[in-house]
Write a protein that binds this ligand. Structure first.
Ligand code: GDP
Length: 289
Protein backbone atom coordinates (compact mmCIF):
# COMPACT_ATOMS: atom_id res chain seq x y z
CA UNK A 1 0.00 0.00 0.00
CA UNK A 2 2.65 2.50 1.05
CA UNK A 3 5.43 1.09 -1.09
CA UNK A 4 7.46 4.25 -1.07
CA UNK A 5 7.66 4.70 2.73
CA UNK A 6 8.01 0.94 3.32
CA UNK A 7 10.81 0.83 0.74
CA UNK A 8 12.62 3.78 2.29
CA UNK A 9 12.33 2.27 5.75
CA UNK A 10 13.96 -0.92 4.46
CA UNK A 11 16.70 1.07 2.81
CA UNK A 12 17.26 3.04 6.07
CA UNK A 13 17.53 -0.21 8.03
CA UNK A 14 20.02 -1.60 5.52
CA UNK A 15 22.36 1.29 6.26
CA UNK A 16 23.10 -0.41 9.57
CA UNK A 17 25.81 -2.86 8.62
CA UNK A 18 27.36 -3.91 11.90
CA UNK A 19 26.29 -4.16 15.47
CA UNK A 20 27.17 -1.11 17.60
CA UNK A 21 28.18 0.89 14.52
CA UNK A 22 27.25 4.47 15.49
CA UNK A 23 28.22 5.94 12.11
CA UNK A 24 25.84 3.63 10.26
CA UNK A 25 23.03 4.48 12.69
CA UNK A 26 23.52 8.13 11.72
CA UNK A 27 23.17 7.19 8.05
CA UNK A 28 20.03 5.20 8.82
CA UNK A 29 18.39 8.04 10.74
CA UNK A 30 19.25 10.51 7.98
CA UNK A 31 17.57 8.20 5.45
CA UNK A 32 14.58 7.76 7.76
CA UNK A 33 14.21 11.53 8.18
CA UNK A 34 14.21 12.06 4.41
CA UNK A 35 11.66 9.33 3.82
CA UNK A 36 9.27 10.58 6.50
CA UNK A 37 9.39 14.13 5.16
CA UNK A 38 8.79 12.86 1.64
CA UNK A 39 5.77 10.92 2.90
CA UNK A 40 4.04 14.04 4.22
CA UNK A 41 5.03 13.63 7.85
CA UNK A 42 5.17 17.05 9.51
CA UNK A 43 8.72 18.29 10.10
CA UNK A 44 8.24 18.57 13.87
CA UNK A 45 6.82 15.05 14.06
CA UNK A 46 9.68 13.77 11.91
CA UNK A 47 12.26 15.40 14.17
CA UNK A 48 10.79 13.96 17.36
CA UNK A 49 10.26 10.55 15.86
CA UNK A 50 13.77 10.25 14.44
CA UNK A 51 15.37 11.46 17.69
CA UNK A 52 13.34 8.96 19.71
CA UNK A 53 14.22 6.08 17.34
CA UNK A 54 17.91 6.99 17.51
CA UNK A 55 17.91 7.11 21.32
CA UNK A 56 15.98 3.88 21.72
CA UNK A 57 18.20 2.06 19.21
CA UNK A 58 21.31 3.20 21.06
CA UNK A 59 19.81 2.15 24.39
CA UNK A 60 19.00 -1.34 23.16
CA UNK A 61 22.22 -1.84 21.19
CA UNK A 62 22.64 -0.63 17.61
CA UNK A 63 21.49 -3.19 15.07
CA UNK A 64 18.89 -3.63 12.35
CA UNK A 65 16.42 -5.39 14.65
CA UNK A 66 16.64 -2.83 17.43
CA UNK A 67 16.24 0.01 14.90
CA UNK A 68 13.12 -1.58 13.42
CA UNK A 69 11.67 -2.33 16.86
CA UNK A 70 12.32 1.27 17.98
CA UNK A 71 10.63 2.62 14.86
CA UNK A 72 7.66 0.33 15.31
CA UNK A 73 7.30 1.41 18.97
CA UNK A 74 7.55 5.10 18.19
CA UNK A 75 5.05 4.94 15.32
CA UNK A 76 2.62 3.01 17.52
CA UNK A 77 3.08 5.55 20.34
CA UNK A 78 2.30 8.44 18.03
CA UNK A 79 -0.75 6.79 16.49
CA UNK A 80 -2.13 5.74 19.86
CA UNK A 81 -3.53 9.05 21.05
CA UNK A 82 -5.42 9.26 24.27
CA UNK A 83 -9.19 9.23 23.85
CA UNK A 84 -11.94 7.16 22.36
CA UNK A 85 -11.51 4.47 19.74
CA UNK A 86 -14.06 3.57 17.07
CA UNK A 87 -17.63 4.56 17.94
CA UNK A 88 -18.70 5.35 21.49
CA UNK A 89 -22.37 5.21 22.51
CA UNK A 90 -23.83 7.66 24.96
CA UNK A 91 -25.61 6.25 28.00
CA UNK A 92 -28.57 8.48 27.07
CA UNK A 93 -29.53 7.85 23.42
CA UNK A 94 -29.62 9.14 20.81
CA UNK A 95 -25.84 9.37 20.57
CA UNK A 96 -25.57 12.52 18.51
CA UNK A 97 -22.60 13.12 16.23
CA UNK A 98 -21.82 16.20 14.15
CA UNK A 99 -20.01 15.25 10.96
CA UNK A 100 -17.78 18.10 9.86
CA UNK A 101 -15.13 18.68 7.20
CA UNK A 102 -14.27 20.60 4.09
CA UNK A 103 -16.26 20.23 0.90
CA UNK A 104 -15.06 17.23 -1.07
CA UNK A 105 -13.38 15.61 1.92
CA UNK A 106 -15.87 12.76 1.83
CA UNK A 107 -18.08 13.98 4.68
CA UNK A 108 -21.46 12.98 3.22
CA UNK A 109 -20.17 9.61 2.00
CA UNK A 110 -18.59 8.98 5.41
CA UNK A 111 -21.85 9.88 7.17
CA UNK A 112 -23.47 7.11 5.10
CA UNK A 113 -20.61 4.68 5.80
CA UNK A 114 -20.84 5.29 9.52
CA UNK A 115 -24.63 4.88 9.46
CA UNK A 116 -24.14 1.61 7.59
CA UNK A 117 -21.49 0.46 10.08
CA UNK A 118 -23.89 1.13 12.96
CA UNK A 119 -26.87 -0.42 11.22
CA UNK A 120 -24.90 -3.62 10.70
CA UNK A 121 -24.40 -3.59 14.47
CA UNK A 122 -28.17 -3.54 14.93
CA UNK A 123 -28.44 0.12 15.88
CA UNK A 124 -31.39 2.29 14.91
CA UNK A 125 -29.79 5.18 13.04
CA UNK A 126 -31.13 8.50 11.77
CA UNK A 127 -29.08 10.70 9.46
CA UNK A 128 -29.89 14.40 9.14
CA UNK A 129 -29.21 16.41 6.00
CA UNK A 130 -27.91 19.78 7.23
CA UNK A 131 -25.43 20.47 4.44
CA UNK A 132 -27.32 23.24 2.67
CA UNK A 133 -24.09 24.61 1.20
CA UNK A 134 -23.33 22.06 -1.48
CA UNK A 135 -26.25 21.91 -3.89
CA UNK A 136 -26.37 18.15 -4.33
CA UNK A 137 -25.50 17.17 -0.76
CA UNK A 138 -29.07 16.64 0.50
CA UNK A 139 -29.97 14.60 -2.59
CA UNK A 140 -26.75 12.58 -2.22
CA UNK A 141 -27.56 11.76 1.42
CA UNK A 142 -31.12 10.79 0.45
CA UNK A 143 -29.74 8.34 -2.12
CA UNK A 144 -27.21 6.91 0.30
CA UNK A 145 -29.87 6.52 3.02
CA UNK A 146 -32.14 4.68 0.58
CA UNK A 147 -29.28 2.45 -0.52
CA UNK A 148 -28.29 1.40 3.00
CA UNK A 149 -31.90 1.48 4.22
CA UNK A 150 -31.36 3.96 7.01
CA UNK A 151 -33.85 6.69 7.92
CA UNK A 152 -33.11 10.27 6.97
CA UNK A 153 -34.42 13.58 8.23
CA UNK A 154 -34.44 16.44 5.72
CA UNK A 155 -36.48 19.55 5.07
CA UNK A 156 -36.39 20.86 1.52
CA UNK A 157 -38.10 24.10 2.61
CA UNK A 158 -35.88 25.01 5.55
CA UNK A 159 -33.02 27.44 5.03
CA UNK A 160 -31.43 27.14 8.43
CA UNK A 161 -29.28 24.11 9.34
CA UNK A 162 -29.89 24.76 13.06
CA UNK A 163 -33.64 24.39 12.52
CA UNK A 164 -33.16 21.09 10.66
CA UNK A 165 -30.71 19.74 13.23
CA UNK A 166 -33.07 20.58 16.11
CA UNK A 167 -36.03 18.96 14.39
CA UNK A 168 -33.93 15.88 13.60
CA UNK A 169 -32.87 15.62 17.24
CA UNK A 170 -36.49 15.87 18.35
CA UNK A 171 -37.44 13.08 15.98
CA UNK A 172 -34.50 10.95 17.09
CA UNK A 173 -35.57 11.31 20.73
CA UNK A 174 -39.25 10.77 20.09
CA UNK A 175 -38.78 7.72 17.87
CA UNK A 176 -36.08 6.21 20.10
CA UNK A 177 -33.18 6.17 17.68
CA UNK A 178 -29.85 4.91 19.05
CA UNK A 179 -27.77 7.27 16.95
CA UNK A 180 -28.25 10.57 15.12
CA UNK A 181 -25.59 11.52 12.56
CA UNK A 182 -25.77 15.12 11.37
CA UNK A 183 -24.15 15.93 8.04
CA UNK A 184 -23.10 19.59 8.15
CA UNK A 185 -22.00 22.04 5.50
CA UNK A 186 -18.46 22.19 4.22
CA UNK A 187 -16.59 24.81 2.25
CA UNK A 188 -13.70 24.60 -0.17
CA UNK A 189 -11.62 26.33 2.48
CA UNK A 190 -12.23 27.38 6.06
CA UNK A 191 -14.12 30.65 6.46
CA UNK A 192 -15.74 32.45 9.35
CA UNK A 193 -19.27 31.92 8.10
CA UNK A 194 -18.78 28.15 8.06
CA UNK A 195 -17.28 28.15 11.54
CA UNK A 196 -20.13 30.29 12.84
CA UNK A 197 -22.70 27.94 11.34
CA UNK A 198 -21.03 24.87 12.83
CA UNK A 199 -20.76 26.66 16.14
CA UNK A 200 -24.49 27.49 16.07
CA UNK A 201 -25.47 23.89 15.24
CA UNK A 202 -23.17 22.65 17.99
CA UNK A 203 -24.66 25.06 20.57
CA UNK A 204 -28.22 24.13 19.62
CA UNK A 205 -27.69 20.36 19.49
CA UNK A 206 -25.04 19.76 22.13
CA UNK A 207 -23.68 16.69 20.31
CA UNK A 208 -21.94 13.87 22.14
CA UNK A 209 -19.03 14.12 19.74
CA UNK A 210 -17.85 16.09 16.73
CA UNK A 211 -16.08 14.10 14.03
CA UNK A 212 -13.83 15.78 11.51
CA UNK A 213 -13.50 14.05 8.14
CA UNK A 214 -9.96 14.62 6.81
CA UNK A 215 -9.04 13.85 3.22
CA UNK A 216 -5.79 11.82 3.25
CA UNK A 217 -4.94 13.06 -0.21
CA UNK A 218 -4.58 16.66 0.95
CA UNK A 219 -1.36 15.84 2.85
CA UNK A 220 -0.14 18.61 5.15
CA UNK A 221 -3.32 20.62 4.58
CA UNK A 222 -5.35 17.88 6.32
CA UNK A 223 -3.38 18.49 9.51
CA UNK A 224 -3.63 22.28 9.28
CA UNK A 225 -7.37 22.24 8.66
CA UNK A 226 -8.05 19.71 11.40
CA UNK A 227 -6.10 21.91 13.84
CA UNK A 228 -8.23 24.92 12.87
CA UNK A 229 -11.48 22.98 13.32
CA UNK A 230 -10.22 21.79 16.69
CA UNK A 231 -9.38 25.32 17.76
CA UNK A 232 -12.58 26.93 16.47
CA UNK A 233 -15.31 24.40 17.23
CA UNK A 234 -13.58 21.55 19.04
CA UNK A 235 -13.36 18.08 17.53
CA UNK A 236 -13.41 14.75 19.33
CA UNK A 237 -12.26 12.45 16.60
CA UNK A 238 -10.90 12.34 13.07
CA UNK A 239 -12.06 10.05 10.30
CA UNK A 240 -9.39 9.77 7.65
CA UNK A 241 -11.07 9.37 4.26
CA UNK A 242 -9.59 8.15 0.97
CA UNK A 243 -6.84 6.22 2.72
CA UNK A 244 -7.08 3.70 -0.11
CA UNK A 245 -5.78 6.33 -2.55
CA UNK A 246 -2.99 7.56 -0.31
CA UNK A 247 0.38 6.26 -1.44
CA UNK A 248 2.43 8.22 1.07
CA UNK A 249 0.85 7.29 4.38
CA UNK A 250 2.37 10.05 6.50
CA UNK A 251 -0.82 12.02 7.03
CA UNK A 252 -2.10 9.67 9.77
CA UNK A 253 1.16 10.12 11.68
CA UNK A 254 1.06 13.92 11.38
CA UNK A 255 -2.61 14.17 12.29
CA UNK A 256 -2.16 12.09 15.43
CA UNK A 257 0.94 13.92 16.53
CA UNK A 258 0.13 17.50 15.55
CA UNK A 259 -3.61 17.67 16.17
CA UNK A 260 -3.72 15.47 19.24
CA UNK A 261 -7.21 14.16 18.52
CA UNK A 262 -7.73 10.41 18.14
CA UNK A 263 -8.20 8.94 14.70
CA UNK A 264 -11.40 6.91 14.99
CA UNK A 265 -12.04 5.39 11.57
CA UNK A 266 -10.46 5.25 8.13
CA UNK A 267 -12.22 5.35 4.78
CA UNK A 268 -10.77 2.79 2.39
CA UNK A 269 -12.96 3.14 -0.70
CA UNK A 270 -16.03 4.77 -2.18
CA UNK A 271 -18.52 2.07 -1.21
CA UNK A 272 -20.60 1.98 1.96
CA UNK A 273 -18.77 -0.95 3.63
CA UNK A 274 -15.39 0.73 3.03
CA UNK A 275 -14.90 1.99 6.57
CA UNK A 276 -12.59 0.49 9.18
CA UNK A 277 -12.04 1.26 12.84
CA UNK A 278 -8.64 2.92 13.13
CA UNK A 279 -6.26 0.43 14.73
CA UNK A 280 -2.74 1.84 15.24
CA UNK A 281 -0.92 -1.53 15.01
CA UNK A 282 -2.57 -2.27 11.70
CA UNK A 283 -1.49 1.07 10.23
CA UNK A 284 2.06 0.60 11.53
CA UNK A 285 2.25 -2.81 9.82
CA UNK A 286 1.06 -1.25 6.56
CA UNK A 287 3.57 1.57 6.82
CA UNK A 288 6.47 -0.71 7.62
CA UNK A 289 5.53 -3.11 4.81
P1 GDP B 1 -18.30 16.02 0.86
O1 GDP B 1 -18.36 17.22 -0.03
O2 GDP B 1 -17.26 16.16 1.90
O3 GDP B 1 -19.62 15.61 1.43
O4 GDP B 1 -17.73 14.82 -0.06
P2 GDP B 1 -18.42 13.52 -0.68
O5 GDP B 1 -18.97 12.65 0.40
O6 GDP B 1 -19.34 13.92 -1.76
O7 GDP B 1 -17.15 12.78 -1.27
C1 GDP B 1 -16.34 13.34 -2.28
C2 GDP B 1 -15.78 12.22 -3.14
O8 GDP B 1 -14.89 11.42 -2.38
C3 GDP B 1 -16.85 11.26 -3.65
O9 GDP B 1 -16.56 10.94 -4.98
C4 GDP B 1 -16.69 10.04 -2.76
O10 GDP B 1 -17.10 8.83 -3.39
C5 GDP B 1 -15.20 10.05 -2.51
N1 GDP B 1 -14.81 9.36 -1.27
C6 GDP B 1 -15.26 9.56 -0.02
N2 GDP B 1 -14.62 8.74 0.87
C7 GDP B 1 -13.75 7.99 0.12
C8 GDP B 1 -12.78 6.96 0.47
O11 GDP B 1 -12.57 6.56 1.61
N3 GDP B 1 -12.07 6.44 -0.59
C9 GDP B 1 -12.26 6.87 -1.88
N4 GDP B 1 -11.50 6.32 -2.82
N5 GDP B 1 -13.12 7.83 -2.20
C10 GDP B 1 -13.87 8.39 -1.23
Amino acid sequence: MFDSISGSIKSAVNKIRHKDDAASLKKATTELRKSLLKSDVHHKTTKELVTAVELETKKNGIGQDSFLKALQNELTNILTTEGNQGFVFSSTPPTTILMTGLQGSGKTTTTGKLANYLKLRKKKVLVAACDLQRLAAVEQLKQIAAQIEVDIYFDDEAKDPVEIALAAKEKAKKDLYDVLLIDTAGRLAIDEELMQQLHDVKEAINPNEIFYVADSLTGHDATKTASTFKEKIGIDGVILSKYDGDTKGGVAISLSHQVGVPLRFIGIGEKMPDLEVFIPDRIVSRLMG
